[in-house]
Write a protein that binds this ligand. Structure first.
Ligand SMILES: [Zn+2]
Length: 204
């Protein structure tokens, strides 16, 4: 990817960070956002940056082991979860992670999965063509050691047809991925919307 294309990707990532920041989905510098550059690198938010004001200089390039290419920059601990998702599926082009109130509350009320059906918004997800489909959102227990969370994700089949393109981490937040930043944004927005509906209707 040319440096111009990387800058374009950076601008697109900044725009989605600012949008989600304005929606209060990543307060207090929480959340992290990334986009794949190629098979061995991704662009990701640096640790401790205000997402509502994110600039190009708040991003960094890291390898797929989660190491910053510029060693003077600090990667968030959750970078490893992003690079795991890129390595697991070459079709994943962007990974977005929010800490919204809805995702946090729903993840605490849910058991091991959240099953959703009956909402038109389910069609926000690739492959779902009807509100009658059943969508499963996996819920994983939180840990400060990302390798623990990755083990929990690997232990369940998150790739079956009913699985949402994302998952909840209990008491923590929401991850969603897509082939592009735009698709990952659509998936976060669809999931955030559904979680708010489920909570408002007291369905958990
Ligand atoms: Zn987080």
């Amino acid at each position: 990817m040319s440096s111009d294309s990387i800058q374009k990707l950076a601008d697109e990532l900044c725009a989605v960070c600012q949008l989600f920041g304005a929606r209060l989905w990543c307060l207090a510098t929480s959340g992290n956002f990334s986009a794949r550059i190629d098979t061995s690198r991704c662009l990701i938010t640096q640790s401790g940056k205000d997402k509502s004001r994110l600039q190009r200089t708040d991003l960094m390039i890291c390898d797929m082991d989660g190491n910053a290419i510029d060693e003077t920059l600090s990667a968030s601990a959750e970078t490893l979860l992003h690079t795991y998702l890129y390595a697991r599926d070459q079709d994943v082009g962007a990974v977005l992670h929010t800490h919204s109130v809805a995702a946090t509350v729903a993840s605490n009320l849910a058991s091991r999965t959240l099953d959703v059906s009956g909402y038109e918004m389910q069609k926000a997800f690739r492959g779902i063509v009807t509100h009658e489909a059943r969508l499963t959102i996996p819920v994983f227990d939180n840990a400060q050691d990302m390798s623990e969370i990755i083990k929990r994700i690997e232990a369940v089949a998150v790739h079956d047809a009913q699985s949402a393109p994302g998952f909840l981490i209990r008491g923590h937040g929401l991850y969603a991925f897509g082939r592009s930043i735009a698709e990952a944004q659509q998936h976060i927005e669809g999931l955030e919307f559904l979680l708010q509906c489920i909570l408002a209707e007291d369905r958990i």
